[in-house]
Write a protein that binds this ligand. Structure first.
Ligand code: PPS
Length: 343
């Protein structure tokens, strides 16, 4: 990397290289063993093919970022649904007090309230129409992405506030495998025969949707360190341990911190409660509904156990050691470790 670009990256400025808005997808390495989508390796990450063909180009060419935009970014199965609920309930609490019986989160799944930009572009009938729809949304817009930080459009990285949530890779893998087996039939795929051992080997090799998981996390942790005002880096495990504190950090970052009066009135607790695993999982819409969006997934599939450490029920100690070592080696010298609670 030349010095000027290295310096700009250190300062957090967007890299100056021209951004591709059409992709030569067919020549990229292909992985077909990870249901439910074929993946292509692009700039170090395994991305759904359709996202590369249509999603990323649409995001880059038809999305006009605003400084007030808040983009929620997550590796799949790392707390996306929870973060969407928390961010929405917090940002829109004036219009929708969290204790109200008709709160939108009591009627719709968080994924139908906060949309994934690249997934919507990937599946949109018309990218222009979707671009116009996004343009028509009032500020501040709350949107989501599964793209790694380095693959987001440059103007999004430069301009928007980005909240990322990361999860310990062994638990993300277990969650992914369970989800894929349930959700794959909805995409026309068959994952009944996809064994945990197969998923484990692919995951260790970085081959899963948006993998390698640890490089994805590093991408956002470094962005958060370079530009703390632009990128908030949250950890799923910390959110489980201290939901109120993490929620308050999220609110401050989104520039809608809770006032002392609100805290005294119990608004922070109300948001935590409304978005808690048990509350969301047991809502009628999340027990029996199907996503209204572009992904034909049962809402219930987004809520399984919601705990840390379930990997122990799926992996032998040897498997866990193998994956830990891969992650440790890959992150060595990076300054980030999944074992460091302060990271
Ligand atoms: N409110 C709340 N609190 C805590 N945990 C929650 C919550 N909602 C969902 N979950 C758990 O998050 C896992 C799903 O991850 P994602 O939401 O990132 O999935 S997705 O990428 O949007 O498909 C999945 O984890 P596992 O239970 O380990 O599979 C969900 O159960």
């Amino acid at each position: 990397m030349d010095h000027r670009r290295a310096q700009q990256q250190q300062q957090g400025a967007a890299a100056p290289e021209p951004e591709e808005t059409t992709m030569e997808v067919d020549s990229l390495p292909l992985e077909t063993r990870c249901p439910p989508f074929p993946l292509r390796q692009y700039k170090g990450f395994w991305i759904p093919e359709l996202t590369l063909r249509r999603g990323v180009p649409g995001f880059r060419s038809r999305f006009t970022p605003r400084p007030t935009d808040i983009i929620l970014a997550s590796f799949p199965k790392s707390g996306t649904t929870w973060l969407k609920a928390l961010a929405f309930a917090t940002l829109r609490r004036a219009a929708h007090p969290p204790s109200f019986a008709d709160h939108p989160l009591r009627r719709a799944n968080p994924h139908d309230i906060v949309r994934f930009v690249e997934t919507d572009f990937a599946r949109a009938e018309s990218a222009d129409e979707l671009g116009d729809d996004l343009e028509a949304l009032p500020s501040p817009r709350l949107l989501a992405t599964h793209l790694p930080h380095s693959l987001l459009p440059q103007r999004v990285r430069a301009m928007c506030k980005i909240v990322s949530v990361s999860r310990e890779p062994k638990d993300a893998l277990v969650s992914w495998w369970n989800f894929v087996r349930k959700a794959a039939p909805a995409f026309g795929g068959d994952a009944a025969a996809f064994t945990f051992e197969e998923a484990f080997d692919l995951f260790c090799d970085g081959r899963c949707v948006y993998g390698p998981a640890w490089m994805y996390t590093l991408d956002y942790s470094e962005a958060g360190r370079r530009r703390p005002g632009n990128v908030l880096f949250l950890r799923y495990e910390k959110m489980l341990l201290q939901p109120r504190d993490e929620l308050k950090r999220l609110a401050e970052f989104m520039e809608c911190g809770f006032s002392v009066k609100e805290e005294q009135r119990g608004v922070v607790d109300d948001v935590v409660e409304l978005c808690s695993f048990d509350k969301l999982k047991n809502m009628e819409v999340n027990r029996n509904g199907t996503g209204k969006g572009k992904l034909p997934v049962e809402n219930a599939d987004f809520f399984r156990k919601g705990v840390a450490g379930d990997w122990r029920n799926h992996m032998t100690p040897e498997m866990a050691q193998r994956l830990d070592k891969i992650v440790q080696d890959a992150l060595q010298g990076s300054g980030f470790s999944f074992n460091d609670d302060s990271a």
